[in-house]
Write a protein that binds this ligand. Structure first.
Ligand code: ACO
Ligand code: ACO
Length: 153
């Protein structure tokens, strides 16, 4: 497993801003939460290779609104380590619930989130049709619905 460091981030540099759009292609939605999010950067060999953003959505509930790893560094366990970091951090901050949402066509993400203890709670039907101006195709399917997952801390 790669040796990484994870640290808080105040301002998001351009390289990480474009990485955020790989997790969520809507600049409008990303800009809507970025300023008020808790943000952490992943470093590997002094290079910034990943980011995670969390926001408080209700009292005692925090949501991972964006997680992304640089393409050439994926599938080496780094995203999993970053998820575990966020879960541990949320526990330390005394949150009782951590949530995450992803597309119904995002098979790898759904696998990863369940591997790290998240369980589906409901489906936000037509979320991607209502909130995104351009059609999103993923794994050969048109993305329409968001699967919301939750973990009790
Ligand atoms: N089906 C099932 N599992 C898969 C598939 C697939 N098609 N493809 C890969 N996997 C598995 C891998 O085998 C690996 O599992 P393993 O560790 O048990 O072998 C796992 O998925 C990936 O785990 P990591 O390597 O820990 O994660 P990674 O560093 O690749 O980061 C991430 C995952 C952040 C989703 C990364 O792929 C990424 O940046 N993707 C683009 C942006 C994105 O989609 N972000 C999430 C959107 S939702 C949100 O932001 C709230
Ligand atoms: N992630 C994403 N896609 C995958 C994966 C994976 N891990 N593994 C295979 N696929 C894709 C294949 O690439 C193929 O897609 P493509 O045609 O676009 O390339 C697709 O899944 C499988 O399609 P088919 O070949 O048409 O289906 P198959 O003849 O394999 O039958 C079935 C599917 C019935 C689910 C078969 O795998 C099976 O009998 N499984 C065991 C029993 C089972 O699980 N049944 C369903 C339980 S739910 C129920 O019964 C209501």
């Amino acid at each position: 497993m790669s040796k990484i460091s994870i640290e808080p981030l105040n301002d998001v540099p351009e390289n990480l801003a474009s990485l955020l759009l790989e997790a969520d292609p809507s600049k409008k939605i990303v800009n809507g939460y970025l300023a008020r999010a808790d943000k952490f950067v992943v470093n590997l060999n002094e290079q910034q290779i990943g980011i995670i953003c969390l926001i408080e959505t209700r009292p005692e509930t925090i949501e991972i609104v964006n997680i992304a790893i640089l393409k050439k560094q994926r599938n080496q366990g780094i995203g999993g380590q970053l998820l575990q970091f966020a879960i541990d951090w949320a526990k330390k901050q005394k949150y009782h619930i951590i949530e995450i949402g992803t597309g119904s066509t995002s098979f790898a993400q759904l696998y990863l989130y369940q591997k790290y203890g998240f369980r589906p709670i409901y489906i936000d039907r037509d979320f991607f049709i209502k909130n995104y101006s351009q059609e999103i195709i993923e794994n050969g399917l048109v993305l329409k619905d968001m699967i919301r997952l939750r973990q009790y801390l």
